[in-house]
Design a protein. Structure first.
Ligand code: ADP
Ligand code: MG
Length: 237
């Protein structure tokens, strides 16, 4: 699903300096996996997320997203690709404030050219899936943080993305609310087989995924299995 090979990313910080943030990152994510990328602040997580999400291009290396060679795609193709293949979830929700939850979820479908009736139906269905059936007509200002994140997840699912890419999705939430958001990701992963990439600074949160990729100072320093099944067993007991 995702294949990153020898990815480098440098930023130009004034002649003659280039500042390299990612130093040859390699990893892949298979269809249906729930993977986390964990690293401290400044380790390059957001830079890597921008590359995975086709918001930015690597300086060097190869990146294939669901069969598409990102380095070869033209700029206008990248935005189409993003809208089709990736569902973004951010720490700050990034909802449109002046319009309802329902319209927020409809928006990516509108960009994708879906008819009005079809997208309204689908938005309602997705909002039900995340437990927001009773608050579809509320605007973001009238929702709690956890509710806003539910809407954002429904929006991320709008165009049946190949992957969900979540950057610190529980970072602004208290732990009980964060727990409920993680439950939604687990449900999407288990029931729908969604491929999910979770980016986090929290080793504890990363344990709740199937596989953990550890980033330090712009390099991957290890991969390990998460303890998600173990945590589940404990919960069931
Ligand atoms: P994280 O998300 O893990 O906190 P970032 O990817 O935001 O890390 O940043 C990693 C490093 O790259 C930091 O040292 C940051 O200052 C630097 N960096 C990020 N974006 C830019 C940029 N556009 N120009 C120059 N340096 C940048
Ligand atoms: Mg960051």
């Amino acid at each position: 699903m995702l294949d990153l090979r020898n990815i480098h990313k440098s930023f130009f910080i004034g002649t003659p300096n280039e500042f390299e943030v990612l130093h040859g990152v390699n990893f892949n994510v298979k269809e249906g996996e729930f993977v986390s990328i964990v690293g401290q602040s400044g380790s390059g997580k957001s830079t890597l997320m921008n590359i995975i999400g086709a918001l930015d291009r690597p300086t060097d290396g190869e990146y294939t997203l669901d069969g598409v060679d990102i380095q070869k795609a033209k700029d206008h193709e990248l935005s189409i690709l993003r809208n089709k293949k990736i569902g973004f979830v951010f720490q700050t929700y990034n909802l449109i404030a002046r319009t309802s939850a329902l319209k927020n979820v409809e928006l990516p479908m509108m960009y994708a050219g879906m008819s009005k009736g079809e997208r309204a139906d689908k938005a309602r269905f997705l909002l039900e899936e995340v437990g927001m059936k009773d608050r579809m007509m509320h605007k973001p200002d009238e929702l709690s943080g956890g509710q806003k994140q539910r809407v954002a997840i429904a929006r991320a699912m709008a165009n049946d993305p190949a992957i969900i890419l979540a950057d610190e999705p529980t970072g602004a939430l208290d732990s009980a609310t964060g727990r409920l958001i993680m439950d939604i990701f687990h449900k999407l992963h288990e029931e729908q087989g969604k491929t999910i990439v979770l980016i986090t600074h929290s080793p504890e949160l990363s344990q709740e995924t199937e596989r953990i990729i550890t980033l330090k100072d712009g390099s991957i320093i290890g991969e390990s299995a998460g303890n998600w099944q173990g945590l589940k067993a404990k919960e069931d007991a």
